[in-house]
Design a protein around this ligand. Structure first.
Ligand code: NAP
Length: 344
């Protein structure tokens, strides 16, 4: 098979502080679209790539143990994507199949294993890009954090931070479907409007316009918070701790406000966990993929019946990928940030 041009996004060097577009470079190399003899892997054409906050951690040279490996400077970035199989050494996958999972930030990727790839049972009424978001890793994250770790009950008071993003928008909708009272926070008026008018949150506020987050939470939750879905960390977590109800649960999903800091902020109000007999639990979605089919059985009918909606922010072309990725850390994305590499 002929060689093809393969456009790629490389990490130039390890990053300190906020990531910049110039921390990445677009280059082209050539690639033979052929598996080595006897390989059990796949040749993939990348259709959509996912921009996710955890990727910031992979741009750091980890001196301490981390749950994610660092990227290799000078090599293509890797991340979740939706891909078409061009050749397969795995009998469970054939040419033309669609998969989602870890791939390269490039046009074509050769993997030497298919482990960690999920075959997509594609139906035309669901956008393929959803497998980077609501039907992929972020969707599973919302499901695990809320259903598995917080056991929500009808009538409970739920707060979601970074609520309009890939994970948060689904957490709020799940909680509403379960009969909870749901408030979300986000960083612009446009996002706050989405929370209230598109995703059906009971209330929403722009945290950037609130001088005192403790006071804001007291306003929206005069009775206190039963469940906090934690996406941002730092001072927001401190404010939430002051507003917990007895037996509150916190799903520590992410702490994006801390990812670019050289010295993470301290959290001061942890004694509240004792007086409120509250539970805070951290999790990594990768440990829960055995629940993926259960999750699909819940969410796919919800999408098809129009009970669950999803907003994406699609950047066109690999060239736009560095800007899209760094935009997560200033809140430029409205909804799930996706990069469209190729339509088919
Ligand atoms: P996202 O919400 O789609 O995008 C990130 C958003 O975070 C931005 O749009 C911005 O929205 C907000 N943000 C950025 N900097 C902030 C700051 N300093 N303070 C407050 N908000 C800030 O991202 P996502 O994919 O849904 O991820 C949400 C969280 O879940 C992240 O912390 C991520 O690391 C975590 N996560 C964890 C797992 C897991 O397995 N534990 C899996 C997936 C994601 P605003 O305009 O609202 O500020």
């Amino acid at each position: 098979m002929a060689e093809v041009r393969n456009k790629q996004v490389l990490l130039n060097d390890y990053v300190r502080g906020f990531p910049k577009e110039s921390d990445m470079a677009i280059t082209s190399s050539t690639l033979k679209l052929k598996l080595p003899e006897g390989s059990k892997g796949v040749v993939l054409k990348n259709l959509y790539l996912s921009c996710d906050p955890y990727m910031r951690g992979r741009m750091t040279n980890h001196e301490r143990e981390s749950y994610v490996d660092s990227f290799k400077p000078g090599s293509p970035i890797t991340g979740y994507g939706v891909c078409k199989v061009l050749e397969s050494g795995d009998p469970n996958l054939k040419e033309g199949d669609l998969v989602w999972g870890m791939t390269g930030w490039e046009e074509y990727t050769v993997l030497n294993t298919t482990q960690g790839l999920f075959k997509i049972q594609h139906t035309t009424d669901i956008p393929l890009s959803y497998y980077t978001g609501i039907l992929g890793m972020p969707g599973m994250t919302a499901y695990v954090g809320l259903y598995e770790l917080c056991s929500p009950k009808k009538g409970e008071y739920v707060y979601v931070s970074a609520a309009s993003g890939a994970v948060g928008q689904l957490v709020g909708q799940f909680a509403k479907l379960l009969g909870c009272y749901v408030v979300g926070s986000a960083g612009t008026k446009e996002k706050v409007d989405l929370l209230k008018n598109k995703f059906g949150f009971d209330e929403a506020f722009n945290y950037k316009e609130e001088a005192d987050w403790d006071a804001a939470l007291k306003r929206y939750f005069p009775q206190g918070i039963d469940i906090y879905f934690e996406n941002v960390g730092g001072k927001m977590l401190d404010a939430v701790l002051l507003n917990l109800r007895v037996h509150a649960r916190i799903a520590a999903c992410g702490m994006i406000s801390q990812y670019n800091l050289e010295h993470p902020e301290g959290v001061h109000n942890l004694t509240q966990l004792i007086s409120k007999r509250a539970n805070i639990v951290g999790f990594v979605v990768g440990e829960y993929y055995h629940l993926y089919q259960t999750f699909l059985d819940l969410v796919v009918p919800g999408i098809k019946e129009g009970k669950i909606v999803y907003v994406e922010d699609v950047a066109e072309g690999l060239d736009s990928a560095p800007r899209a990725l760094v935009g997560l850390f200033s809140g430029r994305n409205v909804g799930k940030q996706v990069v469209l590499v190729s339509h088919d």
